[in-house]
Design a binder for this molecule. Structure first.
Ligand code: PHE
Length: 418
């Protein structure tokens, strides 16, 4: 068959059996919400940047990366599930959309940057609901120091400066040991040096969280900000941590971080450095700080949304109206397939619905799934909940969208409606 191509940000790429990028996703690439000054994501970016004034601030790297950048350069194992076409968007086998800002660690360290923040749109195939969207924004932060023993003093001085600031603040930190047998320092690192770097990371982040969620967000001596540190695992850091913030009665996961794996720094040609990195999700934090109830709102071009925000200032979002939801179910048999052949993944269904319904889809749930004992055919039932954020949908309009979903399902996956 003649080879076909897809145009992404002005460049033509050959497609192959990996290609799974959709028109909906393609339409998001040029938008760059994190670079719009009055947009909540733009304001949050500049706010965090001003908390790290001596760091380089990067925010215009292309989302098109290689699997090497996104995975291999960060020591992801060859069989890591994140690599699969059901989890990530591929333009073709050799080119993909970054799934996290860590994809730029090696190239940024290789440029000679030693302390930097990098903000970008990232892409992951996922379910559809009020807090998941296939495009979201992350900020990566990193700082690396000289790895030589005499240079540990530099880290310790930075730690003293940061601790002094945190001591007089309305924050309570549930800490954990920097190093444990399950969360060790790396073989090539001096454990004391690694520990000092881990402490430096924690102090920088506690201080950032205090800035974002502290006094300005209502923390007082009687009701201080509560932050807790948790042991974590990432293929590209050790030790690794996650941080949670207690907000409105719940612990919310805010970011992942750790001491950068030596392999990353070796690949970046800075083998004599040692340092930390973190990655945080901007939508998550913006939804909390601005009281934005649905992640789709970030993509709204409705003036009733956009006009509420001023550059550089966090304000409480006032919902303009909530329109009625309308759900539709679709039940079908998947075509029978030879054993082991890929079936339709839930994420395939969600991408299909998004391509037809755009942001009119609020969430998608599987409500029934079974395999016929004799024929071994799979039966599925999904419930799609439709709701516009800016107007009432008519029943006729929703029926029309649902009909299109059904006809795409038949064409693309050969399903038999029940
Ligand atoms: N990239 C990780 C994620 O997306 C977060 C992370 C960044 C963890 C840097 C450790 C260091 O979940």
């Amino acid at each position: 068959p003649a080879s076909s191509t897809v145009k992404v940000l002005g460049t033509d790429y050959l497609t192959d059996s990996y290609t799974n990028i959709t028109p909906t996703i393609l339409s998001k690439l040029p938008l760059q919400l994190h670079r719009q000054p009055a947009h909540p994501l733009g304001t949050l970016r500049t706010l965090i940047e001003s908390h790290f004034p001596s760091f380089s601030h990067l925010s215009s790297l292309s989302p098109i990366v290689t699997p090497y950048q996104n995975f291999d350069s960060l020591s992801f194992p060859a069989d890591h599930p994140g690599r699969s076409v059901t989890d990530s968007y591929y333009i073709n086998k050799d080119v993909m959309l970054r799934t996290h800002t860590s994809a730029h660690e090696v190239e940024t360290f290789a440029k000679g940057e030693t302390k930097w923040l990098l903000t970008a749109d990232v892409y992951r195939r996922d379910e559809i609901d009020g807090s998941h969207y296939p495009v979201f924004h992350q900020m990566e932060g990193a700082k690396i120091f000289e790895a030589a023993p005499y240079a540990m003093r530099e880290v310790e001085e930075d730690n003293e400066r940061l601790s002094a600031h945190l001591k007089q603040s309305n924050i309570v930190i549930e800490d954990i040991p920097h190093l444990t047998p399950a969360n060790p320092s790396q073989p090539s690192h001096n454990p004391q040096h690694s520990e000092a770097v881990a402490l430096n990371l924690k102090l920088h982040l506690n201080s950032l969280l205090l800035e974002l969620f502290g006094d300005a967000a209502g923390a007082t001596k009687e009701d201080p900000l509560k932050v807790r540190w948790i042991e974590a695992y990432f293929p590209f850091t050790s030790p690794s941590y996650e941080v949670e913030v207690f907000f409105r009665g719940k612990w919310l996961e805010i970011l992942g971080c750790g001491v950068v794996l030596q392999g990353t720094l070796d690949r970046a040609n800075v083998p004599n450095k040692l340092g930390w990195a973190f990655g945080l999700g901007l939508e998550r934090i913006a939804m909390i700080l601005y009281s934005i109830p649905d992640i789709r709102l970030f993509w709204s071009s409705d003036k009733r949304f956009l006009s509420q925000f001023t550059p550089g200032r966090i304000s409480t979002f006032k919902p303009y109206s909530k329109y009625p939801p309308c759900h539709k179910d679709v039940s079908f048999w998947l075509p029978s397939r030879p054993d082991g052949e890929a079936k339709m993944h839930d994420n395939d269904f969600c991408d299909l619905v998004r391509d037809v319904a755009g942001d009119l889809v609020e969430d998608v749930k599987v409500i029934d799934r079974f395999t016929h004992p004799k024929t071994k055919r799979d039966s599925l039932c999904y419930r799609i909940n439709y709701r516009s954020m800016d107007r009432s949908l008519s029943n006729a309009e929703v029926n029309d969208i649902q009909d299109q979903v059904v006809s795409h399902l038949k064409d693309r996956f050969g399903v038999e409606i029940r």
